[in-house]
Write a protein that binds this ligand. Structure first.
Ligand code: PMT
Length: 403
């Protein structure tokens, strides 16, 4: 049984570039895909070569670039057939309005369009164009046609455009496109499954400007959100204040305090099949926060604190709870505290980490506690760990639900 990353590393991609200013971003996209271990074969239209050179793309992909149908690359002059038969997917990034129109109508007057028409593999298209071109009825009709033909459309996104206008039409960032491709190749083990997640810190107000919080960045919870989306889950992410942008495809609920997080969880939990509590929820809140800034005085300041509701405890205690996964951040005695916490909270799976190494960091190490014992997920970046954790969750969830 090969791991997901090993399976992805055997994938071969044709990356098609058409003539838009966003072509420069495809250089970075190529680098990201190659770093993930994919074989990337670049094909460019003549117009794309005006924006970025084939030499740049060859250097990054490590393969000669196909730019026309009549080149010497293939002995039989059937590059459009040969290329599409030896690839797992074709991604067009950037895809201009003109090229999208050609795809929608089945035109094949250059190598890239012929290759797309002759394909027997999935096609992913990342549009990039001026906002008026994107919004025009003709482009929208063509996009609808591509969707009806089973093409995956990635983006575009809204923002400042090269022409100086602002609006919808920017190509998705290379990291998003690389992520989308990874997602595309993963087996959808959680298709139809609803995952509810808490992430990040909570903030408990003391007065109008001060509060009690912690150093959770949200990175672990957002990585788990991404990993669940990759497996086809429908994800609701209830997040405390973070500087991160929500993974594309998750339903994001922003909250500030533990009480708000509790309320949001109560609202969404009835639908959830799996609940994962990654948030570093403040255990206490200030008994009486004031709406105005407390003035400094020469004396001390005493705050009365009340305990916050135990959100994970509440979910696990429901008459028909979802499959519950808790986290434990401990500064010492990790094994003992984590094993006890799993039993006290009555949850099937708990992921333990050392608080001082995990909180705010880009990488982490987890020890999973379940009915069969302990399982170490060795130090790695948080997305790699999240993917491994999700594989463990899927296994237990499927056993429990006899899937
Ligand atoms: O956000 P990062 O910077 O990436 O850091 C990740 C992390 C260290 C925050 C994360 O990996 C982690 O360990 N999260 C849980 C932190 C924590 O609050 O642990 P705890 O031992 O206090 O709580 C145990 C479990 O109960 C957790 O699942 C927590 O979400 C939940 N809990 C705690 C208190 C509370 N009032 N309600 C809860 O649901």
């Amino acid at each position: 049984m090969h791991s997901i990353m090993e399976q992805i590393q055997t994938k071969r991609i044709v990356l098609g570039l058409t003539g838009g200013i966003a072509a420069y971003k495809s250089a970075e996209l190529t680098r990201l895909l190659v770093n993930q271990g994919m074989q990337v074969q670049v094909a460019m239209t003549e117009a794309a070569c005006h924006f970025i050179t084939p030499i740049t793309m060859q250097a990054l992909s490590g393969k000669p670039v196909f730019t026309n149908q009549w080149g010497e690359h293939t002995a039989n002059h059937m590059a459009h057939i040969n290329l599409s038969r030896t690839t797992d997917a074709i991604m067009i990034a950037p895809a201009t309005a003109d090229f999208i129109a050609k795809l929608a109508h089945g035109l094949a007057d250059d190598l890239l369009s012929a290759l797309c028409l002759a394909r027997n593999c999935p096609l992913l298209v990342a549009p990039a164009m001026n906002r008026q071109m994107w919004e025009s009825p003709a482009t929208q009709r063509n996009i609808q046609q591509l969707l009806a033909d089973g093409v995956t459309i990635l983006g575009p996104v809204s923002g400042m455009q090269a022409c100086g206008e602002e609006g919808m039409g920017r190509m998705q960032e290379p990291t998003e496109l690389a992520r989308a491709l990874l997602t595309f190749f993963q087996p959808k083990l959680l298709s139809g499954v609803k995952v509810l997640l808490t992430a990040g810190p909570t903030y408990e107000a003391i007065d109008a400007v001060r509060g009690i919080t912690n150093r959770s960045s949200g990175k672990m919870g957002y990585a788990i959100t991404q990993a669940a989306l990759e497996l086809g889950a429908e994800v609701t992410l209830i997040s405390g204040p973070t500087a991160l942008s929500s993974p594309h495809g998750a339903a994001l609920v922003n909250i500030t305090s533990a009480a708000e997080m509790f309320e949001a969880v109560q609202k969404h939990v009835a639908d959830a099949n799996i609940f994962i509590g990654v948030a570093a929820v403040a255990d206490y809140r200030v008994a009486q926060p004031t709406g105005q800034k407390i003035k400094k005085s020469t004396g001390g300041l005493t705050l009365e604190l009340f305990p916050n509701p135990d959100i994970l405890g509440y979910v696990a205690g429901l008459p028909k709870p979802p499959f519950c996964v808790g986290f434990a951040a401990e500064s010492h005695n990790l094994h003992d505290y984590a094993a006890t916490k799993r039993k006290t909270k009555k949850i099937p799976l708990l992921a333990a980490n050392l608080a001082q190494q995990a909180i705010g960091a880009d990488d982490n190490e987890l020890i999973l506690f379940d009915d069969t014992g302990e399982h170490v997920l060795p130090r790695a970046d948080k997305l790699t760990l999240a993917r491994a954790l999700l594989q463990h969750i899927v296994k237990l969830y499927r056993q429990g639900n006899k899937l």
